[in-house]
Design a protein around this ligand. Structure first.
Ligand code: HEM
Length: 253
């Protein structure tokens, strides 16, 4: 795909880079890698070919299993909470009786957004993230020292389940919290996509994918609980944290 893109004219690449990730990366390729390689890191311009392939690999690794795991957790929760599933279906019916899902229609599914937020809040899709300390510093309240090059682990799942930060018990799966009591949650208590300069680059895409797929599925099917033995959840820790035992009944309409 990269070779194909490189064969395009500079004008065509410049035009398409607004909508094509590969065109955008290719337009940033260094023209003279050897000269750039001799420069200091901060003076280098553009991407080398290796960096371009690393970027593409990162997109595939970071973008695939994360979203599919969040989707599996969503199906699990739908199967366990028929009340919530019914409420999403009612919302879908209210605003969209036909099959077509325009962006405006999707925007109107406010309860579905709350459900997706609650899946990301409740389920440990990504356990946490980390940062490297770049200068000696300390934590403001405790005075705990932080030394340059220390790795700091930020346990986002633990923060999301810390009752200090939530009005409604965070151990409850309750999407309505995002409409009411917990809508002004502490910004660092809920970080499914991290925060700051290195926050998830694909979060809008991930939210859109989840919303479209869930809306489409719930227009067609109802998920039921397959029973305590097969739908017993548990965890498998891979790149993401996935539910281990999922067994749902799928009823087609
Ligand atoms: C539900 C789905 C997803 C979740 C839960 C998720 C979560 C995260 C988290 C927690 C980080 C680390 C952020 C930080 O340290 O502050 C991250 C980084 C990243 N994500 Fe996602 N992600 C998802 C989907 C995606 C998708 C669909 C893409 C791209 C197509 C993507 C691309 C990236 C990239 C490139 C980074 C690294 C950003 C950087 O280091 O500058 N992610 N993601």
């Amino acid at each position: 795909m990269v070779e194909q893109e490189m064969a395009e004219s500079p004008d065509s690449i410049a035009q398409r880079k607004k909508t094509s990730l590969i065109a955008s990366l290719v337009s940033s390729l260094q023209t003279d890698e050897k000269t750039e390689a001799r420069k200091k890191e901060e003076d280098k311009e553009g991407l080398s070919r290796k960096e371009l392939f690393d970027e593409m690999l990162m997109f595939m690794v970071a973008g695939y299993e994360t979203t599919s795991t969040a989707l599996v957790w969503s199906i699990y929760h739908l199967s366990k909470y028929p009340r919530i599933q019914q409420k999403i279906k009612t919302e879908l019916m209210q605003y969209s009786c036909d099959q077509y899902l325009s962006l405006d229609r999707l925007d109107s599914f406010v309860y579905l957004d709350c459900f997706i937020n609650e899946v990301l809040h409740y389920s440990p899709t990504i356990e946490g993230t980390s940062r490297t300390v770049i200068v000696d510093d300390y934590l403001p309240n405790s005075g705990t020292p932080l030394y340059k090059d220390n790795q700091v682990l930020i346990p986002t799942t633990a923060l999301a389940r810390d009752a200090h930060h939530w009005e409604i018990d965070p151990e409850l799966f309750y999407p309505e919290r995002f409409l009411n009591e917990d809508k002004n949650y502490h910004p660092y208590a809920f970080l499914p996509f991290g925060s700051g300069h290195r926050q998830c680059l694909g979060q809008d895409l991930a939210r859109l994918e989840l919303k479209v797929i869930l809306a489409r599925m719930l227009q067609q099917v109802t998920f039921g609980d397959g029973g305590p033995e097969v739908n017993a959840v548990g965890y498998i820790q891979k790149l993401t944290t996935m539910p281990k035992h999922i067994g749902v009944i799928i009823e087609f309409h």
